[in-house]
Design a protein around this ligand. Structure first.
Ligand code: SAM
Ligand code: ZN
Length: 363
């Protein structure tokens, strides 16, 4: 007997998943991505590759909610391709093609303005073909679910695959996303593309980022030099960019980590456009989770700070004190003349330009 399948509504799409992979827990990621796609200039929404399509949900949403022009769907799995075709028909996606092949091969053969990479695990294998698929400018959308590697649970794998030392500090997730961005910057710059991250999201077990790439030897150079190692002191929590043996605060040995992307992980103007798109999508009930806007607003506050954040619990326990209320604490830091803002990375996290000595006195 044929399996009776329920219709899944996500955003403006109504799909049936059949045997194709579909993870409802990734809806938040797709909501944020759809919102970001809608915020792109038209030139980047024209010729889209939905790599690793599975049910086709991302590309279908980019078309229905974000105004995508022509969408190429690609999945190596034959039954997934059948399902994508059905979903494209039922959602009235006019200008689309479905390819049953390896994403890498399609990217080496065709040119795109927007490339979606949503693989199982690491996107590393597909960064080189993605760079080959851009002409002068484009948008690369990357999901990474190999967070155990990027965040330091599998340290050796990170060194081996990403050529970078992860850090099991309070800001391991920010380190992870910066190791991923550094890998993207490296692949891009070796093809003379510079990168500008538009937004970078860390959530549950995944990272998601949209990166603007532009072919220019100068921009590629500027991106390449935004990748550096950092030094972290586990004794007093001081951290700094560059490699230093002894901590300048407590004189203990520092731990070296990275190289990481030390540039901005978001573009403030783009995040503001995303906020606007989010409101428009909420009006048509396309956003599943009210937290999308809140997350974008937290990201906006992260711009203009050093490439790490602090955790209030970790800071207070270093001082053998109980944790104060975060807003009260940040208020005190600001009163001393420093900037201090909460982060989207964790509820107890904050970014500041104040140094560790100041923070430990205030907490
Ligand atoms: C994580 S799922 C994609 C999820 C989908 N984008 C979504 O949002 O629901 C990965 C998909 O990529 C396909 N796949 C894995 N390796 C591939 C490759 N090298 N080329 C093309 N498709 C591949 C799998 O068949 C699977 O459908
Ligand atoms: Zn120290």
């Amino acid at each position: 007997m044929e399996k009776i399948e329920t219709l899944i509504r996500e955003g403006r799409a109504k799909i049936r998943t059949g045997d194709a992979f579909y993870n409802p827990h990734m809806r938040f990621c797709r909501d944020v991505s759809s919102c970001a796609f809608k915020s792109l200039e038209e030139e980047f929404r024209e010729n889209v590759c939905d790599g690793f399509s599975a049910s086709g949900i991302r590309g279908i949403r980019y078309y229905l909610e974000g105004g995508a022009g022509k969408v190429d769907f690609v999945d190596a799995n034959a039954s997934a391709c059948g399902i994508i075709r059905k979903n494209c028909r039922s959602n009235k996606i006019k200008d689309c093609k479905v390819f049953k092949e390896d994403v890498a091969l399609l990217l080496l053969r065709n040119k795109y303005d927007f490339v979606e990479l949503d693989p199982f695990g690491s996107p590393l294998d597909f960064l080189y073909p993605a760079m080959r698929a851009f002409r002068k400018r484009g948008i690369l959308s990357v999901t990474a679910t190999d967070t155990a590697v990027l965040c330091g649970a599998h340290r050796n794998a990170c060194i081996r695959n990403y050529f970078s030392h992860p850090l099991r500090s309070e800001y391991f997730n920010e380190m992870g996303i910066r190791i991923l961005l550094r890998a993207i910057a490296q692949y891009a710059s070796s093809y003379d593309f510079g990168i500008t991250p538009l937004f970078s999201l860390s959530k549950r077990h995944y990272f998601k980022t949209f990166v603007f790439v532009e072919r220019s030897a100068q921009k590629a150079f500027e991106s390449a030099v935004k990748c550096e190692s950092i030094s972290h002191c586990f004794n007093c929590l001081h951290r700094e960019i560059g490699i230093r043996e002894a901590c300048p605060v407590c004189k203990k040995k520092m731990t070296r980590a990275g190289p990481i992307w030390i540039g901005e992980i978001h573009d403030l103007g783009f995040l503001r456009r995303m906020e606007q798109s989010c409101e428009e999508l909420e009006e048509i009930n396309a956003m599943g989770d009210s937290k999308v806007k809140e997350t974008i607003q937290r990201m906006e506050k992260e711009v203009g700070f050093p490439p790490w954040h602090f955790n209030l619990h970790a800071l207070s326990s270093k001082q053998k004190k109980s944790s104060p209320k975060i807003e009260e604490f940040l208020g005190k830091v600001r009163k001393k003349g420093f900037r201090a803002e909460r982060t989207h990375f964790e509820d107890n996290g904050f970014k500041t330009d104040a140094g560790i000595k100041v923070l430990r006195k205030i907490v």
